[in-house]
Design a protein around this ligand. Structure first.
Ligand code: HEC
Length: 161
């Protein structure tokens, strides 16, 4: 009985591998304790507002900090793009509102070889599993746009004082 189940499992393996979804990075636990790299604001007049509008804060783990300094990010580098609504409080203040989503890039040159070593994932606010479809279409969305920063190992931002 046991041997028979093993044969069935082994027979199913190649199929499972062929159908497997694109690999996706895990949620970056603890990233709020990492180094804050920079902050940006995508305002209501920007074309990207619907998807990426609001304040975003970029964080880097220690391996990613090495990448910023050396220009080439080592395996294990993790970058986080933490996006929040921008709320007009009237008067002079535009405040940070609710979290919208957390975008992640992980460098693993073998696992994500198809996208130059970078894996991409997007987590809706409060979620720990990536949005489906994002990882599967990473070639045409995340990584396609990050190609513009190919000369800087696909990372747009730079480390600040
Ligand atoms: C249309 C272009 C575009 C698309 C699509 C895009 N990004 Fe980005 N991304 C950028 C730009 C530009 C920055 C730099 C923002 C800044 O410096 O404030 C950035 C920054 C980042 C960062 C911080 C590291 C860096 O490159 O500065 C992460 C992490 C990130 N994006 C993940 C993602 C993920 C995950 C997706 C897909 C769900 C995605 N991005 C899709 C343009 C894009």
């Amino acid at each position: 009985m046991k041997a028979a189940s093993l044969i069935i499992i082994l027979a199913a393996l190649p199929l499972a591998a062929a159908d497997a979804p694109a690999p996706s990075p895990d949620f970056p636990d603890g990233y709020r304790d990492w180094r804050h790299v920079s902050t940006g604001l995508i305002g209501p007049h920007a074309p990207a507002y619907a998807v990426n509008g609001g304040f975003h804060h970029i964080y880097a783990n220690p391996a990613a900090l090495k990448g910023y300094r050396e220009g080439r990010f080592p395996d294990g580098a993790v970058l986080v793009y933490d996006l929040f609504e921008a709320v007009d409080k009237g008067g002079d203040v535009t405040a940070q509102g609710a979290r919208r989503h957390v975008d992640v890039m992980v460098k693993d040159s073998r696992r994500f070889a198809a996208t130059d070593g970078w894996g991409y994932a997007e987590f809706a606010a409060g979620e720990r599993t990536p949005r489906p479809g994002i990882a599967a279409s990473q070639d045409t969305t995340c990584h396609a746009c990050h190609q513009r920063a190919a000369a800087r190992d696909f990372v747009f931002s730079g480390l600040r004082d």
